[in-house]
Ligand binder design. Structure first.
Ligand code: MF3
Ligand code: CO
Length: 259
């Protein structure tokens, strides 16, 4: 059974994720040609400090930074570096989390740097839309892998031949950033455990413009596509309710964008 959180846990997760939503809104505004990914990491730390809370990525299994900044063919877990200067036409995914009084948040956005190609624009839009399509299945009485299947159906339905990364998944989240269960973005044979109001989950489609295969770089963290195709990532922490889920990590910018 997937853990059901009590009201105290839920209010802390709401607050941690509300702050994360604000942080990502503010940080993505700073993404322009010429800035380095290390600069974005510094800014993220400043914003988290200002809002209150701690970056939960820092030192997580030895991870050396407070955000993941994954550029172009990097899918996730790109380590910020002063040498990685963003240029016009790049796409970058920013993944981050804040822990507040022991409760975690986790979310990611992919954005363009300056002017990006229509294909990149569409990849980012479709990855985000796949997350929201899956939200219709994320309700009490439904089952976990309905969420997975909904991501896959949406992506396949685009007819773009995108790859859905299989080795990395969404996850439960609460007093740890990564809890059981894993939430794949591909269809499973069974429908999985029942969802209940009070479950807290991180749902995160990772979509490539080519093959789904990934490789890990020698830094031990950065995950890139095997075929060099570019990839997008979109993630939010959600609370299962008896209706449409409460998406805890949406800032105003994301809310305005709609689903
Ligand atoms: N936020 C990532 C996820 O979505 C995990 C990042 S772990 C880190 O599950 F060590 F890279 F920070
Ligand atoms: Co996550």
């Amino acid at each position: 059974m997937i853990p059901v959180r009590d009201e105290k846990a839920i209010s802390l997760m709401r607050e941690a994720n509300r702050r994360l939503g604000i942080m990502l809104d503010e940080l993505t505004d700073l993404i322009v040609p010429g800035v380095s990914t290390a600069y974005l990491n510094d800014k993220a730390e400043e914003i988290i400090e200002k809002l209150g809370g701690k970056p939960n990525f820092k030192n997580y299994e030895g991870y050396p930074a407070s955000i993941c900044a994954s550029v172009n063919d990097e899918v996730v877990h790109g380590i910020p570096s002063p040498k990685r200067i963003l240029k016009d036409g790049d796409i970058i995914s920013i993944d981050a989390g804040i822990v507040l009084d022991g409760y975690h948040s986790d979310a990611a956005r992919t954005v363009g740097v300056g002017d990006i190609s229509p294909e990149c624009e569409l990849l980012i839009k479709n990855t985000r839309a796949a997350f929201f399509a899956a939200m219709d299945a994320a309700t009490s009485g439904g089952r976990l892998y309905d969420i997975s299947g909904a991501v896959a159906s949406y992506i396949e339905g685009t007819g773009k031949g995108y790859g859905i990364v299989r080795e990395l998944t969404g996850h439960g989240i609460g007093t740890d950033m990564h809890e059981k269960p894993m939430i794949p973005n591909y269809r499973k044979r069974l429908r999985g455990p029942r969802l209940r109001a009070g479950n807290t989950l991180a749902v995160e489609p990772m979509i490539t413009m080519g093959r789904p295969d990934i490789e890990i770089l020698d830094d031990g963290w950065t995950i890139v596509t095997g075929d060099g195709s570019w990839a997008a990532h979109y993630e939010n922490t959600i609370l299962i309710t008896d209706g449409y889920p409460e998406i805890l990590s949406l800032g105003d910018k994301e809310i305005e964008m709609g689903r």
